[in-house]
Write a protein that binds this ligand. Structure first.
Ligand SMILES: Cc1cc2nc3c(=O)[nH]c(=O)nc-3n(C[C@H](O)[C@H](O)[C@H](O)COP(=O)(O)OP(=O)(O)OC[C@H]3O[C@@H](n4cnc5c(N)ncnc54)[C@H](O)[C@@H]3O)c2cc1C
Ligand SMILES: NC(=O)c1ccc[n+]([C@@H]2O[C@H](COP(=O)([O-])OP(=O)(O)OC[C@H]3O[C@@H](n4cnc5c(N)ncnc54)[C@H](OP(=O)(O)O)[C@@H]3O)[C@@H](O)[C@H]2O)c1
Length: 363
C-alpha cells in the first residue's frame, strides 16, 4: 500500500495560464538452435564467440514456462474504460508549462478519476475530444502517456495528469491546422468534463527491482512517463517500494524555455543526489565541442563509456519516449561503443529487449 506524498505539485515558474553479475562474468545464452549450428554466446568481456554444439533431439513435449515479467506488471488493469463507455472525469487544473517564447506550447493538466482509473506509472490513457469529425462521427480517441505517479499529483489516487503539446501546423495549402485532441485538451478549463479510456500499455512499466539502474531518455512531452516514475522514486513513501538504485534522466527540448518540470527534477536531485542524475539537451541553444546540435544522443555521447558500462549490467533498464526518430541517434552512439568490446549492438539490444531492459514508446 502506498502512503504519503512528500512534495506538493510543483510546476515550473513559467507563466501559468535474475541477477546476473557484471562485466567480466556476464554470459547470456544468445541463440540456441537445435537443428542448426552455430550456437552463439554473448560474453561481454570478450565479445561474440562461435561455439559448436551437438544437436539435441527430444521427443518429449516442451514444458510451457510462464514468463514472469521483471516489470511491475502483476495485477495491472488495462482497458477498463472503452470508447463506447468512457469514464467522464473533470479537469481540475490546466497550466501552460512552457515559456511564452518557447516554440510551441505544452500544458500540464490534472483530471479527477475518483479512483476509478487504476493506472500504473508508465501507462497511457485515451482521450475522446468533444465534438464530431468531418464525417459527423465522434472523434477517435488519442493516446496520451500518463504524467503522474499512480498516487496522482494530489497523493490520493483520485487524479490522473497529462503533459500535452498543442499541435498546430501549416498544411500544403498554407492553411493553419489545429490538431483536434491536443487543442481540445490544452483549451480545457477547470470544471470541464473529459472522456477518458484505458488505462493501456505495459511497455513502459517500471522494473520491480528497487535497486535497478533506470535510464530514461525523453524528448519533449516524452517526459510524461518519467515524471510518474520519478515521483514514485523520490517524492513518495511506499510500504512496498523504496528506490535504492540509480535513476538517470536525459531530456531533450528545443529551448530552455521548453524545459518541462525542471524545478521538480532539480528538487529531486537536491533530495537524493547520489540516486539521481539529470542531464538536459537543449537542441537550439547548445552545441557539443564540434559545434553540433545538442540532441539527446549528443548529450549521451558525452557519457558514452559510463552509459555503456551501465548497459552491460543485468539490472539496468532503459526507457525511451518521445519523437519517433530519436532511437536511431541513440543506436548510432551505442553501435560504436559496443563495437569496441566486439559486440554487435543490434543483437545486444535484441537481448536487452528480451530481458525487458530496453523499452521504447515513440510516436
Ligand atoms: C502511446 C502514445 C502516447 C502519447 N503521449 C503523448 C503525450 O504524452 N503528450 C502529447 O502531447 N502527445 C502524445 N501522443 C500523441 C497524441 O496521441 C496525439 O497524436 C497528438 O496530441 C496529436 O493529436 P491531435 O488530435 O491534436 O492532432 P490530429 O488532429 O490527430 O492531427 C495530427 C495529424 O496532423 C498531421 N500533422 C501534425 N503535424 C504536422 C505537420 N507539422 N505537418 C503536416 N502534418 C502534420 C499528421 O497527419 C498528424 O497525424 C502520444 C501518442 C501515443 C501513440
Ligand atoms: N508514448 C509516446 O509514444 C509519446 C509520449 C509523449 C509524446 N510523444 C510524442 O513525442 C513527440 C514530442 O514532441 P514535442 O513536440 O513534445 O517535443 P519538442 O518540444 O519539440 O522536443 C523535441 C526535441 O527533440 C529534438 N529532436 C528532433 N529530432 C530529433 C532526433 N532525431 N533525435 C533526437 N532528438 C530530436 C528536437 O530538436 P529540434 O526541434 O531543435 O530539431 C527537440 O529538442 C511528439 O511527437 C509526441 O506526440 C509520444
Amino acid at each position: 500500500m502506498a502512503t504519503a506524498v512528500s512534495a506538493a505539485v510543483s510546476l515550473p515558474s513559467s507563466k501559468p495560464t535474475s541477477s546476473l553479475p557484471s562485466k567480466t562474468s556476464v554470459l547470456f545464452l544468445e541463440k540456441l538452435s537445435f537443428n542448426k549450428v552455430p550456437f552463439y554466446l554473448r560474453n561481454v568481456s570478450t565479445g561474440w564467440r562461435l561455439v559448436s554444439i551437438r544437436a539435441q533431439i527430444t521427443t518429449e513435449a516442451p514444458v510451457k514456462v510462464e514468463k514472469i515479467s521483471r516489470k511491475q506488471e502483476e495485477g495491472i488493469v488495462v482497458n477498463k474504460f472503452r470508447p463506447k463507455e468512457p469514464y467522464v472525469g473533470r479537469c481540475l487544473l490546466n497550466t501552460k508549462i512552457t515559456g511564452d517564447d518557447a516554440p510551441g506550447e505544452t500544458w500540464h493538466m490534472v483530471f479527477s478519476t475518483e479512483g476509478e482509473i487504476p493506472y500504473r506509472e508508465g501507462q497511457s490513457i485515451g482521450i475522446i475530444a468533444d465534438g464530431v469529425d468531418a464525417n459527423g462521427k465522434p472523434h477517435k480517441l488519442r493516446l496520451y502517456s500518463i504524467a503522474s505517479s499512480a498516487l496522482g499529483d494530489f497523493g490520493d489516487s483520485k487524479t490522473v495528469s497529462l503533459c500535452v503539446k498543442r499541435v498546430v501546423y501549416t498544411n500544403d495549402k498554407g492553411e493553419v491546422v489545429k490538431g483536434v485532441c491536443s487543442n481540445f485538451l490544452c483549451d480545457l478549463k477547470p470544471g470541464a468534463e473529459v472522456k477518458i479510456t484505458g488505462p493501456v500499455g505495459k511497455e513502459m512499466l517500471m522494473p520491480k527491482d528497487p535497486n535497478a539502474t533506470i535510464v530514461m531518455l525523453g524528448t519533449g512531452t516524452g517526459i510524461a512517463p518519467f515524471r510518474g516514475f520519478l515521483w514514485r522514486m523520490f517524492f513518495e513513501k511506499h510500504e512496498d517500494y523504496k528506490f535504492n538504485g540509480l535513476a538517470w534522466l536525459f531530456l531533450g527540448v528545443p529551448t530552455k524555455s521548453s524545459l518541462l518540470y525542471k524545478e521538480e527534477f532539480e528538487k529531486m536531485k537536491e533530495k537524493c543526489p547520489e540516486k539521481f542524475r539529470l542531464d538536459f539537451a537543449v537542441s537550439r541553444e547548445e552545441t557539443n565541442e564540434k559545434g553540433e546540435k545538442m540532441y539527446i544522443q549528443t548529450r549521451m555521447a558525452q557519457y558514452a563509456e559510463e552509459l555503456w558500462d551501465l548497459f552491460k549490467k543485468d539490472n539496468t533498464f532503459v526507457y525511451i519516449c518521445g519523437l519517433k526518430g530519436m532511437e536511431k541517434g541513440i543506436d548510432d552512439i551505442m553501435t560504436s561503443l559496443a563495437a569496441k568490446d566486439g559486440i554487435e549492438w543490434a543483437e545486444y539490444k535484441k537481448q536487452m529487449k528480451k530481458g525487458e531492459q530496453w523499452n521504447v514508446e515513440v510516436y
